[in-house]
Design a protein around this ligand. Structure first.
Ligand code: ASP
Length: 294
């Protein structure tokens, strides 16, 4: 977690994480479905300019924003995703509508925008996503890449996983991508099996980090496959993918198993994260060490 990124704002991040975890815990406690819960939590984080999703999305190389999101439910493997949207205030909700109202899984660019208008989700001007902090990050990256050609990854994607009373798991992930990304670049977040996966037999997984690496290693589906085919416990499968398959600095994951084991693991300096369960666990954290398992 780059210290300059936090710049004394740690209490703000922790307060936002606490709000998000509390919302999820309250909804699940009240009997909401895991699908409704992950959508609501991700929407809350999309509204929060601190995180790289929705309002706080990073800038691409052109100085605009292209947002990606996906959602998946473990019952029946239903899923939806959108990529490269520019005017959709809450991309995770659009992803859910792709799942529920189209025969498809993934809509991108202009087609996703057209569907957003048809579906009646909230549309905003592209300038809605302008924030001074992200603009400064882009300017820093442009100056850096002009001299060194090696942009620093921006790790601030948001995601949520949940298990509800009915035993269904769900996962959702949303992002602005990576600062200074090329126009049209799509990361792992809307790629089902890379940034997001959910299967009632294995668990729900949401990843953050270098999207190209997550796609290359089918990161989220890779975890699920280890549980399904090798009989691994979810926490061991996440650990293997985060620490053996991915390289140090690539990112991290949150996950929940069908029997309620929560996993938060990463190979970066830190990861904004939080967890709660019906037994009273409630935590939020930013830095290492990652706390995994029950
Ligand atoms: N995974 C995201 C992407 O590559 C970035 C992030 O997690 O911050 O688009």
């Amino acid at each position: 977690m780059p210290e300059e990124r936090l710049a004394g704002r740690e209490p703000l991040y922790l307060a936002s994480l606490e709000r998000a975890v509390r919302l999820g815990a309250t909804m699940l406690g009240d009997g909401a479905s895991s699908l409704d819960t992950v959508e609501a939590v991700v929407r809350l984080l999309e509204e929060d300019p601190l995180f790289n999703a929705g309002k706080g999305a990073v800038y691409n190389h052109e100085g605009t924003h292209e947002l990606d999101a996906s959602i998946m439910e473990g019952r029946g493997l239903r899923c939806g995703a959108v990529a490269g949207v520019r005017t959709v205030r809450n991309p995770v909700t659009l992803a859910r509508l792709v799942m529920e109202r189209t025969p498809h899984v993934f809509l991108a660019g202009e087609g996703a925008e057209a569907f957003a208008r048809e579906a009646g989700v909230e549309i905003v001007e592209p300038s809605f996503f302008d924030t001074p902090g992200r603009r400064e990050e882009l300017e820093r990256e442009l100056a850096k890449s002009a001299t060194s050609g090696s942009p620093t990854p921006e790790l601030g994607t948001v995601g949520a996983v949940a298990l509800d009373r009915a035993g269904d798991v769900a996962a959702a992930t949303s992002t602005g991508g990576r600062t200074n990304k090329r126009y049209g670049r799509v990361g792992d977040v809307p790629v089902i099996g890379a940034g997001t996966y959910a299967d009632n037999r294995t668990g729900a997984i949401s990843a953050t980090g270098k999207g190209e690496e997550m796609i290359r290693h089918a990161a989220a589906a890779n975890v699920s496959a280890r549980v399904e085919h090798a009989g691994a416990a979810l926490e061991d499968a996440v650990r293997e993918v985060v620490h053996q398959v991915l390289e140090p600095g690539d990112g991290g994951m949150i996950a929940v198993s069908p029997d309620g084991v929560l996993v938060l693991d990463f190979n970066t300096e830190g990861m904004f994260r939080g967890a709660a369960d019906s037994a009273g666990r409630f935590e939020v954290a930013i830095r290492s060490p990652a706390r995994t398992g029950p």
